[in-house]
Write a protein that binds this ligand. Structure first.
Ligand SMILES: *Cc1c(COP(=O)(O)O)cnc(C)c1O
Length: 367
């Protein structure tokens, strides 16, 4: 049996005609640049994420970059984030000239440990970027309290957590700015790249709209140096159609996860994902901590089960960040996670037979 990590064919099959119809509208007008579907999609995301403003852009990475620019984070500023995340979270901090300052994660949720944040705050700290890793929000109550106390901005990197909640609040709507990614493997994936900033702050929203078009307003007059980073109308057209299924897809992921909890909790060599009691996750990934991880991975792959390691290298040890002078042992939990985590298939359309097969192959390995 073959079990992929994501089955785009199964995802698109039922909605391909609707997507084609929505795209035909774009082809009929050739409004490729910020056409009406972009505005429409932004409005739908505002409702879905329960925020006042949504600003489409070219990728989740650009959304982070735009958020940092909007908050005027620049040279000599420090931004606190997690070393156990996708590269873009810290890459964009570096890109605006600021310094990424890492804080270790918690071994159960993989998210930044709020209790370790204050020790990393200096007079230069301007912002915190928590990441809602694998679809589970970080502890936003504690993070917002720390930010308030120290007068720091908060950007929620919600690339993996669209629709997730913490304390009944939508992920991405709690900090100053939240960012979304529509990379094809995210719960809401475009047919290419796309991203978005969401915020409840009118002034920040106006600045973000301006920053995505080189900071110009009116045309050819620039108050700020922005980016060229629009969400393509073609992508917005596809995303508009796909957004209608998002809640159903995320619920299916939660049920698939439930099936793993029910049928795999007794394997002593693995730990299933721990969800914080205040968090509602969307299971962008189902990430286990596994003994003998690398051998388990080879075993599963040889049996046709696709798995992935998110992430094999913590950011503080990346070559490009050697100038920050972190060393091995600085963030022991993040480092341990990189050696033990394994994400197994949990996509919406996976069948029970496929899940049973995954479970059987994991059991077989540890026998
Ligand atoms: C995917 C991702 C991004 C970047 O999104 P792109 O759309 O690929 O640029 C940023 N942060 C995290 C945590 C991600 O998973």
């Amino acid at each position: 049996m073959k079990v992929p990590l994501l089955d785009l064919n199964a995802q698109y099959e039922p909605i391909m005609n609707d997507i084609k119809n929505e795209m035909e509208k774009v082809f009929a007008t050739h409004a490729y640049k910020l056409g009406p579907q972009v505005k429409e999609f932004e409005e739908e995301i505002q409702k879905y994420c329960r925020v006042k403003h949504a600003i489409g852009c070219a990728s989740g990475t650009d959304a982070l970059l735009l958020a940092l620019l909007a908050l005027d984070i620049k040279d000599d500023d420090e931004v606190i984030t997690t070393p156990f995340t996708f590269f873009a979270t810290a890459g964009t901090i570096h890109r605006v000239g600021a310094k990424p300052v890492f804080v270790d994660v918690k071994p159960d949720t993989f998210n930044i440990d709020p209790d370790k944040i204050e020790a990393a705050i200096t007079s230069r700290t301007k912002a915190i970027i928590p990441v809602h890793l694998f679809g589970q929000p970080a502890e936003m109550d504690k993070i917002m309290a720390i930010a308030k106390k120290h007068n720091l901005k908060v950007i929620e990197d919600n690339a993996q957590g669209i629709g997730a909640e913490f304390d009944k609040k939508t992920a991405g709507s709690i900090g100053d700015i939240g960012t979304l990614s529509f990379f094809p493997s995210k719960n809401l994936g475009a047919m290419g790249d796309g991203g978005m900033c969401i915020t409840n702050d009118d002034e920040l929203a106006a600045k973000l709209f301006q920053l995505r078009v080189h900071g110009e307003n009116p045309q050819y007059y620039h108050k700020w140096v922005g980016l060229n980073s629009r969400l393509d109308t073609i992508q917005a057209a596809a995303l508009l159609v796909k957004l209608r299924s998002l809640e159903k897809w995320s619920e299916a992921r939660r049920q698939n996860a439930e099936y793993y909890y029910k049928n795999m909790s007794d394997i002593p060599e693995i730990q299933l994902p721990v969800i914080h009691k205040k968090a509602k996750t969307i299971f962008n990934q189902f990430t286990i901590i596994a003994e003998d991880r690398d051998k388990l991975l080879s075993h599963l792959r040889s049996k046709g089960v696709s798995c992935a390691i998110y992430y094999p290298m913590p950011l503080h040890l990346q070559e490009c960040f050697s100038y920050l002078e972190y060393k091995e042992g600085d963030f022991p939990i993040a480092e341990e996670m990189t050696k033990k985590v394994l994400s197994i298939p949990v996509f919406s359309e996976i069948t029970k037979e496929q899940q049973d097969y995954v479970i059987k192959m994991i059991r077989e390995f540890y026998k």
